[in-house]
Design a protein. Structure first.
Lengths: 274, 329
């Protein structure tokens, strides 16, 4: 919560770099005015001075304390302003908030990750974490889908992952163009290509709601138990503190009880996919 | 429980001095009814004792409609609130659960709670929509406030509830122990009488242990029927002693203003991507009931309704939630 006791007060963070990932997605590299720790999958509230605040799960490594990155799709009022910011700008951050990925529970297991679009952002943070503990994991399989090859983000990181022992990457696009040589179709088709030992595996899903819905359905069909499917839920997390009520999903405040839930925790709650 | 009493003239005189050192609010009667007023010497004789709820709920003293939450927290003068009905006192429990949550304590709320002495009022008689007893809440406070005040035959009587309340009474040399069992019995008789009125007036309402099931099982056509006259004005949530949702608004200099919000407003749950699970009016309408009678009980083990009936009074569409509950009782 920074160096103040006021839960509403952001700490300042300097925007040091902006990386253009795709036409609509940019990664913002921030250096907070003080060390800032988070667990992978937790989120932070990022504010543009005088404009607004929005929740993002850092896409950078949770092992790095002096800087962090958020990957943001231009999709609303605050993100539009963010996309216009230049390095040197001061931003505000509050957090970290909520419950992230329980990485300790992944020990001795295979991790199957299903991601779509900008949902790769939290996943990249998780992958950084998993690489650091890869000696404790059996295998990590990433299935990532985007609309077109141009919309694929973190291209250099994909190359790194493909050269990392125990890590496997499958990609698909809804619509191919140029020299795309990987799969074409919705991201769930990638699950037909992977070989997983489901009994010794957990699945992680992060992406747009419709992808989460069909991805979860497919994983259940494959035989994944409901308690081994980890979902990073997206709601209107406004305060991050379990107070303002905007992210209520049944009995849960997604900001405080989540944003990472297992499917069995939330399957009976209303409107989980919209 | 210990009672103390003081002559009304002495109490009034004490209040006249108290307003110089404390911020004192009291339930004051005027030609429009009863509501909290910042107490000034001219109001003291108009304080409404033994009356059911003031128009405004107690939450407004702890969760202002709008406040800058990045400003400095100042304690200022101590505050005394006189005349809070027990429905509102019980409603503070939900506010405490949320705002004094050990993980993220709201420092503004904490300061106001600690800085305030709560003098509740026994309700002798009811208003049209009072139904606290249906939610297991009595029309008089035995806990959670600091003192309860009763006015009888020119005497002000205090039921001592907390140590903070007792300490306050020690500031009043005239407030001696009340041992007259006839007076105490007269108070208890009045309490029972009010409970009888409430029981009679609220016949047909389901027991509070059943409201959650009724709400959870109600089908869409029920919500469409009861929301037909809703105009999403949010008055029900604004006036409710337990509705606490808010919006954070950014101001230049990384300042944040917290403003009371309501799930009845369109766009309450909308995300930047456009997903909005409460897009439809009947879904927003249902959401409030689900929150109060199903989800809050699951989360905090307590229904988020105190039976104050203000939402019924405030509704410009004349939607009466008790009609819904009566239909399914």
């Amino acid at each position: 919560m920074g160096n103040n006791n006021n839960i509403y007060k952001p700490i300042r963070a300097k925007l040091t770099n902006v990386i253009e990932e795709s036409a609509l997605i940019k990664t913002f590299c921030l250096t907070p005015e003080q060390d800032f720790e988070f667990k992978t999958g937790q989120f932070i509230e990022v504010s543009v001075d005088g404009i607004g605040e929005a929740p993002f799960t850092p896409s950078s490594s949770p092992l790095v304390k002096e800087k962090l990155e958020v990957t943001v799709m231009k999709t609303g009022y605050v993100t539009e302003y963010m996309h216009n910011l230049k390095p040197g700008a001061l931003m505000g951050i509050r957090g970290p908030f909520g419950r992230g990925y329980p990485v300790d529970k992944f020990h001795d297991k295979e991790v199957l990750i299903l991601g779509g679009g900008c949902g790769f952002a939290p996943i990249r943070s998780l992958l950084y974490n998993l690489i650091a503990i890869s000696d404790k994991l059996r295998k990590v399989t990433l299935c990532y889908g985007s609309k077109t090859p141009e919309d694929c983000i973190y291209k250099p990181y994909i190359s790194v992952l493909r050269q990392t022992p125990k890590f496997e990457v499958h990609r698909s696009v809804d619509k191919a163009s140029g020299d795309w040589s990987e799969r074409v179709g919705v991201v769930t088709i990638l699950l037909d290509d992977v070989k997983v030992d489901i009994k010794n595996s957990v699945a992680v899903v992060c992406g747009p709601p419709v992808m989460m819905k069909f991805g979860t359905r497919k994983l259940l069909e494959m035989g994944y138990p409901e308690h081994d499917i980890y979902l990073s839920m997206e709601k209107n997390m406004s305060c991050g503190l379990g107070k303002c009520g905007h992210c209520m999903m049944g009995k849960y405040f997604v900001c405080k009880d989540g944003p990472v839930f297992t499917y069995d925790e939330i399957k009976d709650q209303p409107n989980i996919w919209d | 429980m210990q009672y103390r009493s003081i002559k009304k003239e002495e109490w009034d005189q004490f209040l006249g001095e108290l307003i110089n050192t404390h911020i004192v609010y009291a339930n004051v009667a005027d030609e429009f009814g009863e509501d909290y007023e910042l107490l000034r010497s001219g109001h003291i004789s108009n304080i409404a004792y033994n009356k059911p709820k003031p128009a405004t709920s107690l939450k407004s003293f702890f969760l202002p409609v709008r406040e800058n939450v990045t400003s400095e927290i100042s304690t200022g003068r101590k505050r005394v609130i006189i005349g809070a009905p027990n429905c509102d006192i019980e409603g503070l429990s939900i506010l405490d659960e949320i705002y004094l949550d050990k993980d993220f304590e709201d420092p503004f709320y904490r300061t106001r709670r600690e800085n305030t002495l709560l003098i509740s009022s026994d309700c002798f008689g009811t208003q049209e929509h009072c139904h606290c007893l249906s939610y297991g809440i009595r029309p008089y406070s035995l806990s959670k406030s600091d003192l309860a005040v009763i006015c009888m035959d020119g005497t002000i009587i205090f039921r001592v509830i907390s140590a903070k309340g007792e300490e306050f009474l020690n500031m009043m040399p005239g407030a001696g122990l009340l041992n007259d069992t006839n007076i105490i019995k007269a108070i208890e008789d009045k309490q029972k009488e009010t409970e009888s009125i409430l029981t009679e007036a609220n016949k047909g309402l389901p027991d509070y242990s059943r409201t959650g099931k009724i709400v959870a099982e109600a089908k869409q056509d029920i919500w469409e029927k009861y929301s037909a006259r809703c105009v999403s004005c949010g008055a029900c949530a604004t006036i409710c002693p337990t509705c606490t949702c808010f919006l954070l608004i950014d101001k230049p200099g990384f300042e944040k203003v917290k403003q009371l919000d309501a799930c009845q407003y369109p766009g309450f749950e909308r995300t930047a991507g456009g997903e909005d699970s409460l897009h439809k009016l009947h879904d927003r309408f249902r959401n409030r009931y689900m929150c109060k009678y199903v989800w809050k009980p699951q989360k905090f083990n307590s229904i988020a309704c105190t039976g104050c009936g203000r939402c019924i009074e405030a509704c410009i569409g004349k939607i009466n939630k008790n009609e819904l509950f009566r239909e399914f009782a």
